[in-house]
Design a protein around this ligand. Structure first.
Ligand code: FAD
Ligand code: UDP
Length: 376
């Protein structure tokens, strides 16, 4: 009997796996309950303005992984794109991540790199040697003033938790620079796909042997498969029998104006009194075509605790949730014929490049497993 596979989820994780299996000559059924492919990276033309919008929030491709960078560029052209975020705090506009411009503007100084480094070191709390929480990480890295101006309120809005209750790792994602480099990321390769992410994923899936079923949930399927690659939420697969893993969801408030609204792609609103976290103006994600449009479309982004029917965005991963996750992983390991992958299948925050790298590594493992499979 020939092997047949089901891949659940048409985001980057599912697409990379489905293509690989099809290229090896297997029949693949790819299902996604949404009406479109692309997962959370889905992009589409806004019906009113014609601008390419990132439906589930702004996505910038950044990686230092040569294999991943070579892989994605097989499926579309990437334009150079550097994420330069602005932040509004207490009535002033600053540059993020915290860099020399931010420091000099905030403290009304004209320091050079060495002086600024010493100045910030003087602000940092030296009693914190091994920061565990977000707050400890911030206080030991940048001191109280910058922490309160840029991170305390924003983080409370974004996570619905006090930064004392969040892990240091969330802040460690962001650089701190003592020069005027305002690139949000440190990665070697950074870009934006010319035709959007959905086009890249469409091209990944453009190979014989993949049947794509959108608007179809895994739960609706009654065929049997040799193996299932499941990139949906791990707790949902087990019908939440051990409880529900917590996520933050996002609400996007769309609005359009004539011309240019904010002059840049992303502005963060760091004050807690402002109910949204940021505004994204999507034409600025595609600078090569931004002058084509007379109207501009923006999204205010609000974060809240995810409920049953909401899209799960950010895994919260508090201590009790990590415990629950481990119990789900134990359950998963007892299952035969199914693998859990991707950001929802593993309940981790994964950037796109990490997602793709993990899917490519899973393909390597699939090859070794198939070589030793008795059905082959
Ligand atoms: P997903 O894209 O979530 O795909 C999973 C798919 O599975 C979904 O389409 C879902 O509908 C489907 N599904 C789930 N359960 C079922 C089921 N039972 N039956 C059928 N279908 C099902 N990364 C970056 O590198 N750069 C960025 O700038 C960036 N920005 C981000 C901004 C936001 C707001 C968020 C939340 C994430 C961001 N990311 C970014 C991360 C990026 O979104 C992920 O890396 C990527 O989406 C992971 O792909 P995936 O295939 O694992 O999951
Ligand atoms: N953060 C903040 N203020 C900002 C930007 C980020 O407090 O202006 C915090 C927030 O807790 C966020 C974390 O830093 O979750 C990581 O920032 P990043 O920009 O990576 O967030 P994401 O892209 O995941 O929304």
């Amino acid at each position: 009997m020939s092997l047949s596979f089901c891949v659940v989820g048409a985001g980057f994780s599912g697409a990379v796996i489905a293509r690989h299996l099809a290229e090896q000559g297997y029949k693949v059924t790819l299902v996604d309950e949404r009406s479109h492919i692309g997962g959370n990276c889905h992009t589409e033309r806004d019906a009113e303005t014609g601008i390419m919008v990132h439906r589930y929030g702004p996505h910038i491709f950044h990686t230092s992984d040569q294999r991943v960078w070579d892989y994605v560029r097989r499926f579309g052209t990437f334009h150079p794109y550097i994420n330069r975020v602005k932040a509004i705090s207490q009535g002033s506009v600053y540059s993020l991540p915290v860099n020399l411009l931010t420091i000099n503007q905030f403290f009304r100084t004209v320091m050079g790199p060495k002086e600024a480094r010493e100045f910030i070191a003087g602000k940092a709390d030296k009693s914190i040697v091994d920061p565990q929480s977000f707050e400890e990480q911030a206080l030991s890295m940048i001191g109280p003033e910058l922490y309160h101006a840029f991170f305390h309120g924003y983080t409370r809005k974004q996570w619905g938790l006090d930064p004392k209750e969040l892990p240091a790792s969330i802040l460690k994602r962001l650089p701190l620079r003592f020069n005027y480099d305002d690139n949000y990321f440190n990665h070697t390769y950074q870009g934006m796909p010319e035709e959007g992410y959905t086009s890249i994923i469409q091209n990944i899936l453009n190979v014989d042997g993949i049947e794509i079923r959108t608007s179809c949930s895994f739960e609706e399927i009654d065929e049997k498969f040799s193996h299932v690659f499941y990139t949906g939420p791990i707790d949902r697969y087990f019908k939440f029998e051990l409880g529900r893993l917590g996520y933050r969801t996002l609400d996007f408030e769309r609005f359009t104006v004539d011309g240019d609204y904010q002059g840049t792609a992303v502005i963060n609103y760091c004050d807690e009194q402002v109910p949204f976290t940021r505004i994204s103006e999507h034409k600025h994600f595609a600078p090569w075509e931004q002058n084509k449009f007379s109207k501009t479309v923006c999204f205010r982004e609000y974060s809240r605790l995810s409920e049953k029917k909401d899209v799960p965005y950010y895994p919260i991963r508090q201590v009790n949730e990590k415990r629950m996750l481990n119990s789900y992983i134990e359950l998963a390991q007892q299952q035969k014929g199914i693998s859990f992958l991707g950001r929802l299948g593993t309940y981790r925050y994964l950037d796109m490049d990490v997602t793709i790298n993990e899917a490519l590594m899973a393909c390597d493992q699939i090859d070794s497993a198939l070589k030793t499979s008795p059905s082959n």
